[in-house]
Design a binder for this molecule. Structure first.
Ligand code: CS2
Ligand code: MG
Length: 402
């Protein structure tokens, strides 16, 4: 079998997605997600201008060799743009391989280790009462696990509430929105939120929270300790994780489980965190961590260190990434949970999919491949519209982590 063409599509059915489609001389095709929120065109160009010409006429079944050709062969390694491009090609090749074998992708990985995939979704409110009601609505929809975010008095919309978050659809603005942050105002608010959530919804529902990279290690240690009575499923992205050492301090002060990794794009970004068991869940995902070839290695490495998987699955990863993640989720022995913040019908219309949701669980389906397709005709109706993630400043104007 030979690769005869590779097309790169940038489409915007409410938000921008980048999709790779690999065509072969035997009529089989495979698709992969190359979406990098706010930098979509960089990945599209990397693929069109530097990757596609090198892959034509190659055997698509040699996905391992192609992965290393793109990683080692580029000389300039790692980083979100390079790894999203590699991920998209890799995901498309695994899709192709599974179709050629007439199997769902999870069978090629080792078969199902569970019957269904536990997922969590998002709930938020500007006021604690709104967030409590939003979590209740998610429980009514069948979710067993809900991430809760809340507005901070004295601050405009903060991450995960109001207009901040992956709702940065094209309609918002074509330049980064500037948001304001105050850790001092944030810190007392979150324990108050979870006290109300536990009082309203009891102990059984899994509750999660995302700090979104904004604290120092000692602040994170304080928050994790303050949240212990509310037994969170996890506290996510407490501090920027370039300095993996920083998590040692948090670990020393609290038993609140920690999740990190959605921005990581190679195993090297999380090697120390996993080896020293400084975290409990690794959030790496297909589109950002190099595709199934790389992600399953991170997952297995985590598995020998008591770390469970928790693939990132916000709406700014395309349904292709979610679909591919679900096959890894069904297979991986040390599975933790899958994020599923959901998509609009408009987005899903461009990405016909085999996955199903029922009673708080997902299943990838048994269609050959990863079970997600790409409707080129519909995609063509939604041209790219520049949109960025917000940037964040402290109240004194210091540029901070968003
Ligand atoms: C968030 C993401 O879902 C999460 O855990 O951290 O929504 C994140 O804000 C976006 O993916 C950024 O593009
Ligand atoms: Mg997050």
């Amino acid at each position: 079998m030979k690769i005869t063409d590779i097309k790169v599509f940038v489409t915007c059915p409410g938000r921008n997605f980048v999709t790779v489609k690999v065509y072969t001389d035997q009529g089989l095709t495979g698709v992969g997600d190359a979406t990098l929120n706010g930098r979509e065109l960089a990945v599209a160009s990397y693929l069109k201008d530097h990757v596609v010409p090198c892959l034509l006429d190659r055997d698509p079944m040699r996905s391992e060799d192609i992965w290393h050709y793109l990683y080692r062969g580029a000389y300039w390694r790692r980083g979100p743009v390079t790894m999203a491009a590699i991920a998209a090609i890799d995901t498309a090749l695994w899709d192709l391989k599974a179709k050629a074998a007439n199997m769902p992708l999870y069978q090629l990985l080792g078969g199902a280790s569970r019957d269904r995939v536990l997922c969590y979704t998002h709930a938020q409110g500007r006021e604690i009462s709104e967030a409590v009601d939003a979590v209740g609505a998610r429980i009514e929809q069948g979710y067993k696990a809900v991430r809760a975010q809340v507005g901070i008095p004295g601050l405009p919309d903060v991450y995960g509430t109001g207009s901040s978050g992956v709702t940065n659809t094209a309609a918002d603005s074509d330049l980064p929105k500037e948001e304001v942050w105050s850790t001092a105002k944030y810190m007392p608010r979150i324990p108050a939120l979870f006290e109300e959530l536990r009082a309203a919804h009891g102990a059984d529902v899994h509750l999660l929270h995302d700090t979104h990279h904004r604290l120092t290690p000692i602040e994170a240690a304080r928050l994790a300790k303050d949240l212990e009575p509310y037994r969170l499923f996890w506290l996510e992205d407490t501090v920027p994780a370039e300095n993996q050492d920083g998590f040692r301090l948090i670990r020393q002060h609290s038993t609140t489980p920690l999740a990190v990794g959605e921005v990581f794009n190679t195993i090297w970004d999380c090697k120390q965190l996993i080896e020293e068991q400084l975290i409990d869940f690794i959030r790496t995902t297909c589109v950002h961590a190099g595709g199934p070839t790389a992600l399953r290695r991170i997952m297995d490495f985590a598995g020998v260190h008591h770390v469970r998987t928790a693939c990132h699955g916000a709406a700014d990863m395309s349904p292709i990434c979610l679909g591919a993640n679900l096959h890894l989720d069904l297979w991986v022995p040390n599975f933790g949970i899958q994020e599923y913040s959901g998509y609009t019908d408009e987005m899903l219309s461009v990405f016909p999919h085999a996955w199903t949701f029922s009673d708080g669980y997902l299943h990838p389906g048994d269609a050959p491949g990863h079970g997600v397709d790409f409707d080129e005709t519909l995609a063509d109706k939604h041209p790219y519209q520049r949109a960025y993630l917000p940037v964040n400043r402290l109240e004194d104007g210091t540029l901070w982590h968003w």
